[in-house]
Write a protein that binds this ligand. Structure first.
Ligand SMILES: [Zn+2]
Length: 223
């Protein structure tokens, strides 16, 4: 098993690459995301390059190799299945499970994670709507659910179903819970924008004013 640090680096490179739809990741981006100095990030990138998990291109940045991508997806698979397992079996909330999974993602064996997957009925997404990577001996893949859009981009009268949350800080998730916005929640856009830089959405039991900034961190599908 790769070291905890190696796993965290490949996972972070993968997530940044996915968020910008490919392309290389600068060591500055990596250092900021991991909370380390640029020098620390640069020397770790060289280690990943030597292990053939990433390719470092001077002045451009770093990209994952196929082996690096498979390792990143294995870590994300463990993380996301552990999150869902904790929620389903221990009644933890979606703002509590991430921190626990950050530790457990490095500790659970592939055997255990496959048993958790079967126990949960081979779920497609985790508690935040992130797709759970799956695959076989040839490697893992993720399948982004098609047709997801930012809530902020919807127009008046559009109906939606909350599919995924991009900002997974405990604070933002608790704010969503208090607002009645859970995964799968359905609503209709009443106004966008409402004139004050907010959008108004009607949920089953209430009407809500949301900042466009918050609504840009929520992905929805058509209801
Ligand atoms: Zn998650």
């Amino acid at each position: 098993m790769a070291s905890l640090t190696v796993e965290n680096y490949v996972k972070t490179i993968y997530r940044i690459m996915a968020s910008q739809h490919g392309g290389s990741v600068t060591t500055g981006q990596l250092a900021a995301a991991l909370g380390v100095s640029p020098g620390t990030a640069t020397s770790m990138v060289k280690t990943l390059d030597a292990a053939r998990l990433a390719a470092h291109r001077p002045y451009e940045g770093v990209v994952l190799t196929r082996a690096g991508r498979v390792l990143a997806l294995r870590v994300l698979r463990r993380h996301r299945l552990v999150e869902l397992f904790l929620m389903r079996t221990l009644d933890m909330t979606w703002d509590e499970v991430h921190d626990e999974a950050e530790h457990m993602e490095h500790a659970v064996s592939d055997l255990l994670v496959d048993r958790i997957d079967a126990f949960l009925g081979h779920p497609e997404v985790d508690p935040h709507g992130d797709p759970i990577p799956r695959g076989d001996a040839h490697g893992l893949e993720t399948h982004e659910p098609p047709g997801a859009r930012m809530l902020a981009d919807l127009a008046e009268g559009d109906t939606f179903r909350l599919a995924r949350v991009l900002d997974q800080s405990a604070e933002f998730l608790r704010y969503l819970t208090e607002s009645g916005l859970s995964l799968g929640a359905k609503g209709t856009v009443e106004r966008n924008p409402d004139g004050a830089g907010l959008m108004r959405v009607r949920l089953e039991r209430r009407t809500l004013a949301l900042s466009l900034d918050a609504a840009a961190k929520i992905l929805v599908t058509a209801a």
